[in-house]
Write a protein that binds this ligand. Structure first.
Ligand SMILES: [Zn+2]
Length: 167
């Protein structure tokens, strides 16, 4: 792969209601009402990982961390990210920017937005200006709107290490 840029798109949805914290972008945003999932159910990190893998046509999160593997049970998704980032860097790419949309009814994420961006920037080893994060609801429609699910979509642009950041 010699392209200057590679774009990736990822999305994830989990049902809510597990008796554990709700994790988003590696942060606990609620002590209860967590995502029902094999791992910690962090939709932001799962969608982000799919976007990163997708940008380099490396498959998806399930190919690399199969839910059938007991090793990944209740695993913190930050550990998945720590395994995926070197795959990007080893192929000569880095993150130019990523644009994230989370849809959740409760808790309202607006007060967490800046902290989530800062935390993601730290996890990805990038500046906060490279991370866009939008927190929306579903206006009472669909499973998210009824408070039964949390959804996230992530677009990411990877650039060759030799290409200057475009901001
Ligand atoms: Zn997931």
């Amino acid at each position: 792969m010699q392209e200057h840029y590679r774009i990736g798109l990822g999305e994830d949805i989990h049902r809510l209601g597990a008796p554990r914290p709700l994790w988003l972008a590696g942060m606990e945003v609620s002590p209860s009402g967590g995502a029902i999932a094999h791992s910690d159910g962090d939709v932001v990190l799962h969608a982000l990982i799919d976007a990163l893998l997708g940008a380099l046509a490396l498959g998806d999160i399930g190919d690399h961390f199969p839910p059938s593997d007991p090793a990944y049970r209740d695993m913190a998704s930050t550990l998945f990210l720590e395994k995926v980032l070197p795959m990007i860097h080893q192929r000569g790419y880095r993150i130019n920017n990523c644009d994230i949309t989370i849809r959740l009814e409760r808790p309202k994420l607006y007060p967490f937005k800046q902290a989530l961006r800062e935390h993601l920037a730290k996890l990805l080893h990038v500046d906060i200006e490279q991370i866009s994060l939008k927190a929306k609801t579903s206006e009472g429609l669909d499973a998210v709107g009824e408070g039964e699910a949390v959804f996230c979509q992530v677009a990411v642009l990877l650039a060759r290490q030799s290409v200057p950041l475009s901001l």
